[in-house]
Design a protein around this ligand. Structure first.
Ligand SMILES: Cc1cc2nc3c(=O)[nH]c(=O)nc-3n(C[C@H](O)[C@H](O)[C@H](O)COP(=O)(O)OP(=O)(O)OC[C@H]3O[C@@H](n4cnc5c(N)ncnc54)[C@H](O)[C@@H]3O)c2cc1C
Length: 304
């Protein structure tokens, strides 16, 4: 453990990358939950991101990659490793008329503002999804059949070597991409956009804003569960009579049953509630719900 810690310290001291030590998941995830990581790197450039990745790998230090932390549940115990946060890895470059290169930590909101200012349309469905573009590509985030994978031309990833995954190679599917199956850091994406008038853009944003106005407020990760084929997780949870079910400081939203809200609870509360919901829906409908939320760290009976 001592060697391990000194390895991490060496990692930290070498590059001039912004570092937080310890790193609190509770302050860096939309759930506002979770313990700590030993340290986190906040690279601002692709060069720094590669160095962070290389140093951690070289020193055999386990690490997690975090975008805006809007789709993760981190264990109360945290992790005995590090984090690469892409929060500062931001920037948009217009490659040509209808192609934008975005660094992985660029927020979807920033991207939409850029598009609006430059009369570029096509990504309005990202409105209100509190993601970085790297996290959105990884999850193939979207809404109502629209998903970022359809608009991505390519994704640049790094796993010790930098390479480009074309859209075909990304194998985008419902909340899935190739990036979920490989151990790589997404550095940037190229998205396709099209010319649009200010009024058209505003109209589409208004449409998505209204659609989202009914979503629950409070600390969450959005939908906890993926929709099973042909039905919705929220519908099944509601029909199983689980709306409003509470465990410690976590509860199933009355407004949208696929949301579990944290109200002063712990990651253990949220995870236990997820397990209960899965069990009850399985008992009632014979359907096993799969999580959309990504777990970080260990969850077991001794958490909490
Ligand atoms: C209020 C609310 C509403 C939401 N609504 C929607 C919605 O309508 N549609 C939808 O699809 N999602 C929705 N979400 C979920 C979430 O915003 C998306 O899944 C989003 O894509 C996660 O992006 P992130 O940057 O926060 O990723 P994180 O939560 O930080 O990470 C998610 C996963 O991506 C990986 N990852 C992130 N960045 C990188 C990178 N650069 N390289 C490699 N791996 C990376 C992480 O390791 C992790 O496994 C919602 C969440 C909230 C809180």
């Amino acid at each position: 453990m001592l060697l391990y810690k000194s390895g991490l310290k060496k990692c930290i001291n070498e590059p001039k990358i912004k570092i937080a030590s310890p790193f609190k998941f509770s302050e860096n995830t939309t759930y506002g939950l979770g313990g700590t990581a030993i340290a986190a790197y906040f690279p601002r450039t692709v060069y720094e991101a590669k160095i962070a990745f290389d140093r951690l790998t070289l020193n055999a230090i386990p690490f997690e990659i975090l975008g805006n932390g809007s789709n993760v549940l981190a264990s109360d115990k945290g992790i005995s490793g590090a984090v690469i946060s892409t929060k500062n890895l931001r920037g948009i470059i217009r490659l040509d008329k209808n192609r934008l290169l975005c660094l992985a930590g660029t927020r979807t909101g920033e991207l939409l503002t850029y598009c609006k200012n430059n009369l570029l349309g096509g990504l309005e469905y990202l409105y209100g999804i509190p993601a970085t573009v790297g996290g959105a590509a990884y999850m193939n985030a979207g809404v109502n059949g629209a998903a970022i994978g359809n608009d991505i031309e390519s994704v640049r990833v790094y796993d010790g070597k930098s390479y480009l995954l074309t859209r075909e190679k990304c194998n985008f599917a419902y909340r899935h991409s190739t990036m979920r199956d490989i151990n790589a850091l997404i550095l940037s994406i190229i998205v396709n956009v099209y010319d649009s008038s200010s009024d058209e853009i505003e109209e589409r944003i208004t449409y998505y804003r209204q659609r989202r106005s009914h979503l629950p407020k409070g600390k969450s990760c959005g939908c906890v569960f993926k929709n099973p084929e042909g039905t919705s997780a929220g519908y099944l949870i509601e029909k199983a009579g689980l709306k409003g079910l509470r465990l410690g400081g976590a509860y199933v939203s009355e407004q949208h049953a696929s949301f579990i809200i944290n109200e002063g609870g712990s990651a253990y509360d949220v995870k236990s509630l997820i397990d209960i919901v899965k069990t009850k829906v399985l008992e009632k409908f014979g359907i096993l719900l799969n999580e959309e939320v990504v777990y970080i760290g260990e969850f077991n009976d001794f958490d909490g």
